[in-house]
Design a protein around this ligand. Structure first.
Ligand SMILES: NC(=O)c1ccc[n+]([C@@H]2O[C@H](COP(=O)([O-])OP(=O)(O)OC[C@H]3O[C@@H](n4cnc5c(N)ncnc54)[C@H](OP(=O)(O)O)[C@@H]3O)[C@@H](O)[C@H]2O)c1
Length: 291
């Protein structure tokens, strides 16, 4: 599997298997087993998905040795704050059945629209990330859903810069300034929900032509769009045939004209997020707190 190299030298497989909305227990476990046997080596998890122990079971059942895997975890919204982080990481490690994480992310920032001292709050949480990184429990640390002011706060005031920012990436939502900012600061962008506009784009004549040019499916073109923007796609499916399709995106590239078309494509249903002011979905915490 091809890799990107993070700013601290850690190598990360260029595509990852997502575990969000893998709610059915048997399907979740089997999904992880199939993904790892199909060739995915990078699994994106989160405490808020309320399925870490099922994902852990899938990892064990796949029989793939731990050292061959890249496992990402995320800090849920209700566990922000220096004191909480260490307890949370312990629980995540236990449920996933591992003694370290390859990458750990702040799932959502505290935002301006939520709290005046959002910057202090995010820094306090990040200080615990830095300590766990120093201890070797977290091999790399990063953030998710951070806007440029959130990132700047950590870059200017923290000891260690985030190595990753995981955000929504697909045609219509990726902001050029986010790409430039992260590139300048050595932060790898990971893209979640890359297939969101699949149905809409499948009816678009120019998009269909791009699929034909490469003899690739609509999903494969959308995953390649993320990679050709220098980012890392995360994708989820419970169907083995789709896993095989989704991982088969490393043998072609989109042309500059095709990328220009997709980067400028717009649709009223798919607009960039305001990560500076929008509160994180509270639903995610309700799910886990009820367990
Ligand atoms: N940091 C964050 O806030 C955040 C937010 C959202 C997601 N994420 C992470 O990113 C991962 C990916 O995002 P996502 O789950 O929205 O992924 P996605 O891959 O964009 O979309 C998944 C959906 O597409 C379907 N699908 C998958 N492959 C397909 C294919 N080849 N053809 C047609 N349909 C296909 C899946 O259905 P089937 O399962 O039925 O195949 C599922 O309904 C998540 O699982 C999670 O790990 C992070």
């Amino acid at each position: 599997m091809d890799t990107y190299t993070l700013s601290n030298g850690v190598r990360i497989p260029v595509i990852g298997y997502g575990t969000w909305q893998n709610d059915d227990p048997a399907e979740c476990v089997q999904g992880v087993v199939d993904a790892l046997n199909t060739g995915f080596t990078h699994i994106d998890c989160a405490r808020a998905y309320a399925n870490e122990s099922l994902v852990g079971q899938g990892i064990r059942e796949s029989k793939v040795p731990r050292e061959k895997l890249f496992i990402t975890g995320k800090l849920r919204n209700s566990a922000h704050g220096y004191e909480n982080v260490k307890k949370e990481v312990q629980a995540t490690l236990k449920d996933l059945g591992t003694d370290y994480l390859d990458l750990f992310l702040i799932h959502w920032p505290v935002v301006e629209g939520h709290k005046d001292d959002w910057n202090k709050d995010n820094l306090d949480t990040w200080r615990a990330f830095e300590e766990l990184y120093d201890e070797g429990k977290l091999k790399a640390i990063g953030v998710s859903n951070f806007s440029i002011p959130h990132l700047r706060n950590l870059i200017d005031n923290a000891r260690i810069k985030p190595m990753v920012n995981q955000i929504l990436i697909h045609p219509g939502v990726l902001l050029h300034e986010d790409t430039i900012f992260c590139r300048e600061h050595g932060i790898l962008l990971e893209g979640y929900s890359p297939l969101a506009p699949l149905k809409v784009l499948s009816k678009d004549e120019a998009f269909r032509k791009i699929c034909e040019n490469h003899r690739k499916s609509a999903a494969q073109i959308l995953l390649r769009f993320v990679i050709d923007n220098g980012a890392l796609p995360l994708t989820k499916t419970v169907h083995r045939s789709r896993m095989e399709e989704n991982i088969d995106v490393l043998d072609f590239s989109l042309s500059p004209e095709e990328m220009a078309y997709l980067n400028s494509w717009s649709h009223p249903d798919f607009t960039p997020r305001d990560n500076m002011n929008e509160r994180a979905p509270q639903k995610l915490d309700e799910v886990i707190d009820s367990h």
